[in-house]
Design a protein around this ligand. Structure first.
Ligand SMILES: [Zn+2]
Length: 67
Protein backbone atom coordinates (compact mmCIF):
# COMPACT_ATOMS: atom_id res chain seq x y z
CA UNK A 1 0.00 0.00 0.00
CA UNK A 2 1.45 3.31 -1.08
CA UNK A 3 1.86 5.84 1.57
CA UNK A 4 0.44 9.19 0.74
CA UNK A 5 2.34 12.33 1.35
CA UNK A 6 1.53 13.41 4.79
CA UNK A 7 0.13 16.84 4.35
CA UNK A 8 -0.70 18.65 7.47
CA UNK A 9 -4.18 20.07 7.37
CA UNK A 10 -4.76 23.18 9.34
CA UNK A 11 -8.04 24.27 10.73
CA UNK A 12 -9.21 27.62 11.89
CA UNK A 13 -9.63 27.44 15.63
CA UNK A 14 -12.59 29.78 15.48
CA UNK A 15 -14.63 28.38 12.56
CA UNK A 16 -13.26 24.82 12.47
CA UNK A 17 -12.90 25.26 8.71
CA UNK A 18 -10.09 23.64 6.81
CA UNK A 19 -7.63 26.25 5.69
CA UNK A 20 -7.08 26.78 1.99
CA UNK A 21 -3.85 27.97 0.50
CA UNK A 22 -4.22 31.43 -0.87
CA UNK A 23 -1.79 33.86 -2.39
CA UNK A 24 -1.49 36.72 -0.02
CA UNK A 25 0.42 39.93 -0.41
CA UNK A 26 2.61 40.90 2.47
CA UNK A 27 4.39 44.06 3.22
CA UNK A 28 7.43 43.89 5.38
CA UNK A 29 9.93 46.64 5.96
CA UNK A 30 8.64 48.48 2.91
CA UNK A 31 8.97 45.43 0.68
CA UNK A 32 6.03 43.68 -0.88
CA UNK A 33 6.01 40.00 -1.62
CA UNK A 34 3.34 37.42 -2.18
CA UNK A 35 3.29 33.99 -0.68
CA UNK A 36 0.81 31.16 -0.49
CA UNK A 37 -0.38 30.88 3.05
CA UNK A 38 -3.15 28.89 4.72
CA UNK A 39 -6.22 31.08 4.94
CA UNK A 40 -9.58 30.40 6.52
CA UNK A 41 -12.23 30.53 3.76
CA UNK A 42 -14.80 31.67 6.27
CA UNK A 43 -13.28 34.45 8.33
CA UNK A 44 -10.25 35.12 6.16
CA UNK A 45 -7.75 34.67 8.94
CA UNK A 46 -4.26 34.08 7.64
CA UNK A 47 -1.95 31.69 9.37
CA UNK A 48 1.70 32.50 9.01
CA UNK A 49 4.01 29.64 9.68
CA UNK A 50 7.25 30.01 11.51
CA UNK A 51 8.97 28.88 8.34
CA UNK A 52 7.52 31.75 6.36
CA UNK A 53 8.22 34.28 9.03
CA UNK A 54 11.83 33.22 9.36
CA UNK A 55 12.44 32.33 5.72
CA UNK A 56 10.86 35.00 3.58
CA UNK A 57 11.25 37.81 6.03
CA UNK A 58 14.94 37.04 6.45
CA UNK A 59 15.21 37.06 2.64
CA UNK A 60 13.74 40.54 2.52
CA UNK A 61 16.18 41.71 5.14
CA UNK A 62 19.06 40.33 3.08
CA UNK A 63 17.83 42.14 -0.02
CA UNK A 64 17.72 45.36 1.91
CA UNK A 65 21.25 44.92 3.10
CA UNK A 66 22.56 44.36 -0.42
CA UNK A 67 21.61 47.86 -1.46
ZN1 LIG B 1 -12.04 31.11 10.51
Amino acid sequence: MAKMNEEKTWKCGKCNEELKKKKTLFEYMGHKFSHEVPTCPKCGKVFISKELAEGRMAEVEEQLEDK
